[in-house]
Design a protein around this ligand. Structure first.
Ligand code: E4P
Length: 221
């Protein structure tokens, strides 16, 4: 399963990329609005730091505007995936951009039928937002199961990019279902590394080493 980071924060992107954890990045206008500086420069910088796919979202809502913005975004880097909303115009733009060799991520997917239509339109990725479904009392992870089954039934190559992830259990469940990608807020990726027994175990090892050193001050690893 690929891991993308769901942020436009350059510091976080560099930090986790240096650990070799990142296969790509997803951004959206809300994430860009949280960062300082010119969003264009931020987006360009991300495409340089990350080798894998970087999803950059259009803000036009009609076809010609999406096409224009999609092509402009693609100039930021060869790894840019154009993110379009799950609307009729978004599907039309998905079809056209994909036919021109520009990969597309169809975002704001909340039902299996929306995912099916996005795959039919040639999307490289569909982004089902599971956390937002959980927020309104629906089972977000069930949507991932449905999409996995449908895509497998018909051998769709479109990848399921699980979005709106809120906690580490979402990641485990998505991996068990066989989702292709999870896109994680930095705080969730941070939590995935942690376990209280790891912390206690390390503290004990270091304390024992100090005891050992007390009797042999010159020893080194
Ligand atoms: C995905 O591409 C979106 O940027 C993101 O996962 C949305 O998550 P949110 O519901 O936490 O805003």
């Amino acid at each position: 399963m690929k891991i993308f980071l769901d942020t436009a924060n350059l510091e976080s992107i560099k930090k986790f990329n240096d650990m070799g954890l990142l296969d790509g990045i997803t951004t959206n206008p809300s994430l860009l609005s949280k960062e300082k500086g010119n969003p264009k420069n931020t987006m360009e910088e991300i495409t340089k730091i990350i080798k894998g796919d970087v999803s950059l979202e259009v803000v036009s809502t009609e076809y010609s505007g999406m096409m224009e913005e999609g092509k402009r975004l693609r100039e930021y880097g060869d790894n840019v995936v154009v993110k379009v909303p799950m609307t009729p115009d978004g599907l039309k733009a998905c079809k056209s951009l994909s036919s021109e060799g520009i990969p597309v991520n169809v975002t704001l997917i909340f039902s299996p039928n929306q995912a099916l239509l996005a795959a039919k339109s040639g999307a490289k990725y569909v982004s089902p937002f599971i956390g937002r479904l959980d927020d309104i009392g629906q089972d977000g992870m069930h949507l991932i199961e449905d999409i996995r089954e449908i895509f497998d039934n018909y051998d769709f190559e479109t990848e399921i990019l699980v979005a709106s992830i809120r906690h580490p259990i979402h990641v485990v469940d998505a991996a068990k279902i066989g989702a292709d990608v999870v896109t994680l807020p930095p705080v969730v990726l941070e939590k995935m590394m942690q376990h209280p027994l790891t912390k206690i175990g390390l503290e004990n090892f270091l304390a024992d080493w100090e005891k050992l050193k007390a009797g042999n001050p010159d020893i080194k690893i």
